[in-house]
Design a protein around this ligand. Structure first.
Ligand code: FES
Length: 236
């Protein structure tokens, strides 16, 4: 007989509910290695089609299914059910406005991301006979930075992000360092103008929750430390 586990899922439909509540579901473990996302799919497809959540790739690539699972932010599609204690409590990412159930509003998160100009900025003309090349050594400087999938797990785990609605947050700041560290980029000064602010890099108090929360094992705190050092070295 297959085993069942209890999922306790945050539910809130602003059109119907006066306030949020939690609902228990039994999920059948039908095969080895089932992920939390498989459990949510089983609930939605077989028990309760009203449950809302985002997911797409199912491989830890798209960043859609970041949730708070048993108190920790993580991606449901790469989190094994059998590694978790019961009941498995699934909630929306903390500090993000809830649209419905586990679906949160990323507008503010993305607006902060756009503020740091998340693209290569160039001022000098490119070589006439080739693209802008990068040495393997310079390319390696982007390892641990380019892999960010913008799932929001880090920013939404950060107490400074909860406390200060204007704080750019670890995700946007890690992305800022990803472009500043890129040997082809020429936009350092204009990015640092934005980041050298009490709501920028200086709002980070090295609490390190972001490092624990990142499902890609990146280190936003270290990236922010690089930003602070660069600001100081440039005497902004
Ligand atoms: Fe894409 Fe989980 S569904 S990261």
């Amino acid at each position: 007989m297959s085993k069942t586990v209890t999922f306790t899922v945050f539910r809130y439909d602003p059109e119907r509910d006066r306030k949020p509540h939690y609902k228990d579901y039994k999920v059948e473990l039908r095969r080895a290695g089932m992920m939390v996302l498989d459990g949510l799919n089983q609930i939605r497809w077989e028990q309760d089609g009203t449950l809302s959540y985002r997911r797409s790739c199912r491989e830890g690539v798209c960043g859609s299914d970041g949730f708070n699972i048993n108190g920790v932010n993580m991606l449901a599609c790469i989190t094994h059910i059998e590694d978790l204690k019961e009941p498995i409590v699934v909630q929306p990412l903390p500090s993000m406005p809830v649209i419905k159930d586990l679906v949160v509003d990323f507008t503010d998160f993305y607006n902060k991301y756009y503020l740091i100009k998340p693209y290569l900025i160039t001022k000098t003309p490119p070589p006439s006979d080739r693209e802008r090349l990068q040495s393997p050594e310079d390319r390696r400087k982007l390892d641990g930075l380019y892999e960010c999938i913008l799932c929001g797990c880090c920013s939404s785990s950060c107490p400074s992000y909860w406390a200060d609605p204007n704080y750019l947050g670890p995700a946007a700041l890690l992305k800022a360092w990803r472009f500043i560290a890129d040997s082809r980029d020429e936009g350092t000064d204009e990015r640092l103008e934005i980041i050298n602010d009490r709501d920028g890099a200086w709002r980070c108090h090295t609490i390190l929750n972001c490092v624990e929360a990142c499902p890609k094992l990146l280190n936003p705190t270290e990236a922010i430390a690089h930003l602070k050092k660069t600001i100081i070295s440039k005497k902004f």
